[in-house]
Design a protein around this ligand. Sequence first.
Ligand code: NDP
Length: 294
Amino acid sequence: MKTIDGNAVASKFRARLADEVALLRADGRDLALAVILVGDDPASAVYVRRKVEQATEVGIRSIERRLPTSLSEAELVQTIAELNADPAVTGILLQLPLPRHIDSGRILNLIHPDKDVDGFHPMNIGRLANGTGGIIPCTPLGCILLLETVVNDFRGKHAVVIGRSNIVGKPMSLLLLERGCTVVMTHSQTRSLPEIVREADIVIAAVGRPEMVRGDWIKPGAVVIDVGINRVERDGKRRLVGDVEFAGMAHADAVTPVPGGVGPMTIACLLANTVRAGKAMGPNAVAYGDFNFR
Ligand code: NDP
């Protein structure tokens, strides 16, 4: 069984992005990612810091907007409108969760689809659904890139996606479908899940339940991508585990570990989306192209 090293793939990918950003700079084009953090949630602050650090590393300028929890929805709408209108801002990231008095769905829909580097805007989801490009949500994009390191030809493969969230499961299914897989989407109401998973050549687990996918659910030779991030207590220590029982995967062809699998790719794909959005804007705009990640 091969362990797919997300840190190594992400690092190689960031190096390529840095080259691309340098070429854009030489062409007089500056990329700027606006990062909005509302409130003082410590986990969100850590995520934002990591994103800003990695953006800086590849040469993307960050514009941080740290806003108080007391901010009104109208004020946040105004901030988004300003960033949408600012030609110097090529990408906008709104760190979730937002304080409860703010309707995140409404606010996310106000980010201009061409600057929506998270790929959550209905326009981008629609573009993905009808196969006309657009910005792809970062986590499923990262999963596809990891899959592409071990799967040569997706056509006709049986893929089972566990989880149907708007940010992972649904876009993941669309990406696999686009590549010619036969996709089964499963969720909490699915009956006989282990039997369904046993048919799969590719398994994507995006559930949020520690080690739910057991070794005996996996067909020999399958590729398993574990999106889950679960904090558990083991032997008196706090640990991160995925949705997949990693120790039971010896007969799989390849598996992503947790941590060090999908996680690092998610941020790298945020940077890739920022580069892609920036390239598609301005006087020397380049059309959205397919990534070639090999
Ligand atoms: P959601 O909670 O939004 O969705 C979970 C999905 O799992 C739902 O569709 C739910 O079904 C399904 N589900 C729950 N229980 C079962 C079950 N027993 N059997 C089958 N399906 C089940 O989570 P997300 O999609 O946002 O995230 C999933 C996991 O991925 C989490 O652990 C999260 O932390 C992690 N994550 C990791 C990222 C990374 O960068 N590595 C990024 C994003 C998420 P139903 O719809 O019926 O309720």
